[in-house]
Write a protein of this length. Structure first.
Length: 176
């Protein structure tokens, strides 16, 4: 089985943007679990939350993660997770048991909030800024404990990608 790189972080931390670039640079497979779920369900995340609830969505996240981790074959797979995915102990177990490299894209709350504040994300629509900050703080503690590497994501995405590559495999830095 190929290497699996899990990108975690709060909503708006840049997981999808960085993940796509990282996968391209590594010639790896890229999976955004939210996009995967939307394709499988033929429904947007906000509609899944609205029609079926958060618990149903979290179960879909677990399946998406398992599939991303187990279906990679010999290729490296880069997985951009949903912000709450690693709050589930079953997902943490999946990541741990499969030897995944977990990269926490640590981004200041204000930057994340600026990126997500006008979105239709269910948790953004259901919570005040102060409640989201509390959620950010709670998740930050979990991400920090679980990650293999924590990178502060305050640079251009290409620079963040180069930093990830230098940390996870210092001998493979290359410019394409």
């Amino acid at each position: 089985m190929g290497k699996v790189i899990i990108l975690c972080g709060f909503m708006g931390s840049g997981k999808t943007t960085v993940g796509r670039l990282l996968a391209k640079k590594l010639l790896a497979r890229f999976i955004d679990t939210d996009e995967y779920i939307e394709q499988q369900q033929k429904m947007s995340i906000p509609n899944i939350f609205k029609e079926k609830g958060e618990q149903y969505f979290r179960a879909l996240e677990h399946v998406a993660l398992q599939n991303a981790v187990e279906e990679g074959g010999p290729l490296t797979t880069v997985v951009a997770t949903g912000g709450g995915m690693l709050m589930d102990p079953d997902n943490v177990r999946t990541v741990s048991e499969n030897g995944c490299t977990v990269v926490y894209l640590s981004t200041d709350f204000e930057i994340c909030y600026e990126r997500i504040s006008k979105s239709n994300r269910p948790l953004v629509l259901q919570h005040t800024k102060e409640e989201l900050r509390a959620l950010y703080e709670e998740r930050h503690k979990i991400y920090s404990k679980l990650c293999t590497t924590q990178l502060y994501n305050h640079q251009k995405p290409d620079t963040v990608v180069d930093n990830i590559i230098s940390v996870i495999n210092p001998l493979s830095i290359q410019k394409l």
